[in-house]
Design a protein around this ligand. Structure first.
Ligand code: GLN
Length: 446
């Protein structure tokens, strides 16, 4: 059924890079056998799912939307891939993205861009653009994305679906191709909040294969969807509702706050004073980590190897020159520069200090409030091609999602109405490991 939708629609949307038709059919057969044998059904029994193409899947091509990995077939499953299988979900295929998750519009895919199902001339957001577009277009029941600086939430906002970035460490990163290891998190993209809770339940939890995995008790997320938010204290940062945020987006967020108020919550304006520094801090730290993580792509170990090199250095040089796209090269150069001796203290170390200040902003607000609410992105989906030549403008689209990533706390983006016919996203941010509160508020609003 879903493959039929994909064949009808994906020619225009471009959400998938690789389909897993045979694998999906085999999985479906296994589930039939399971039913026939009277075995217990998994939490996601029979749900057709798409997986972002930076999450490894055994025997199923995993490219990170890069030419470098265009022939890469992993020999193992990521922990989340395994957990989806154990929960009886069915993998339909691998989803388009910005190359190595670097980007905010999906235009950095080295294969083809993704088109927003709401308006095919517009971007779906990024880097998990395929993950959001697939759900919006009915080409998957749910998908997994990854979020380093907003890559689940911003595309969810642009495509009118629900995207959850869990607390750093809640979901295992084992088998997620690393972009910026201190920020990367995997999370669900779904049609509604209840589904988000189901998928999170299936993928969260300690994993000894990920050294930054948190050994915490996993609550029953579904039981937090009570609809009751009486007495809830909401903080609305003035920096998230000020200059640079579209008036129509602000208006939708204000109406959403009104709805929450009617449900018995109270909200107040607060300040996250270091917000202005977040974008610069993020691009410095993320690029530094990326320059180090992507050193493993040398033409020897993974993916495509340059032909006829004259010597070993030339093999590295040519493989990397041919394999990486322009945005990835830009980040590697920026990161290598920031980490080089003589500049390290001025840039990398300084950015780490500012990151701590940003995190403290959140800690202080969470002393008095249960959740923080604002828009997910300053605008609705923009036109394809309108920002590709202007990386700085593109980077500024992340101003509302990046601080959350730097602080490591969880946040969800849910649809809160349309502006000029395009979806607006409401971002609900919670305390570390308090996904339950985030989901409860999101569900009550929905
Ligand atoms: N748009 C941001 C970037 O380009 C975020 C990417 C992400 O979260 N993976 O880095």
């Amino acid at each position: 059924q879903t493959f039929k939708m994909i064949s009808e629609r994906d020619g225009r949307v471009g959400a998938y890079l690789t389909l897993n038709e045979e694998g999906a059919r085999n999985a479906a057969r296994r589930l039939d056998d399971k039913l026939a044998a009277g075995e217990e059904r998994g939490l996601l029994f029979g749900l057709p799912a798409g997986i972002k193409d930076n999450i490894v899947t055994e025997g199923l091509r995993t490219t990170c939307a890069s030419q470098f990995l265009s022939n890469f077939n992993p020999v193992y499953d990521a922990t989340v891939t395994r957990k989806l299988r154990e929960a009886d979900a069915i993998t339909l295929g691998k989803l388009n993205m910005d190359e190595f998750a670097m980007g905010g519009s999906n235009e950095n895919s080295s294969f083809h861009p993704v088109h927003n199902p709401w308006d095919l001339d517009r971007v779906p957001g990024g880097s998990s653009g395929g993950s959001a577009a697939a759900v919006a277009a009915g080409e998957a029941y749910f998908t997994l994305g990854s979020d380093t600086g907003g890559s689940i939430r911003q595309p969810a906002s642009y495509c009118g679906v629900v995207g959850l970035k869990p607390t750093y460490g809640l979901v295992s990163r084992f088998g997620l191709v690393a972009f910026a290891s201190s920020l990367d998190q995997i999370g669900p993209v779904t049609k509604n909040v209840e589904d988000s809770a189901y998928v999170l339940q299936a993928i969260a939890g300690y994993d000894k294969m990920d050294s930054t995995s948190a050994d915490v008790q996993i609550p029953d997320y579904l039981s937090s969807l009570t609809g009751d938010i009486r007495g809830l204290r909401i903080a609305v940062p003035k920096e998230y509702m000020g200059e640079g945020i579209d008036a129509s987006v602000k208006e939708k967020v204000m109406s959403a706050l009104k709805v929450l108020e009617d449900l018995g919550a109270v909200w107040e304006e607060v300040s996250l004073p270091h917000t202005d520094y977040a974008v610069a801090t993020y691009y410095l730290l993320a690029s530094s980590e990326a320059s180090s993580n992507l050193a493993r792509f040398d033409g020897v170990r993974y993916g495509v190897r340059a032909e006829n090199p004259s010597n070993l250095l030339d093999l590295y040089h040519e493989s990397r020159s041919q394999g990486f796209g322009p945005e990835v090269k830009r980040r590697i150069m920026l990161g290598t520069y920031a980490l080089s001796s003589g500049y390290y203290d001025a840039y990398y170390l300084q950015a780490q200090k500012v990151r701590t200040l940003i995190k403290r902003d959140f800690d202080q607000v969470f002393e008095k409030y249960d959740v923080i609410i604002g828009p997910t992105a300053p605008t609705t989906a923009f036109k394809l091609g309108s920002q590709v030549d202007d990386p700085l403008t593109m980077y500024l689209n992340d101003i509302l999602t990046i601080p959350v990533s730097l602080a490591g706390v969880p946040a969800i983006s849910i649809p809160c109405g349309l502006a000029d016919g395009l979806p607006v996203g409401l971002q609900i941010i919670g305390k570390a490991f308090d996904e339950s509160a985030v989901l409860r508020v999101a569900h009550a609003y929905e």
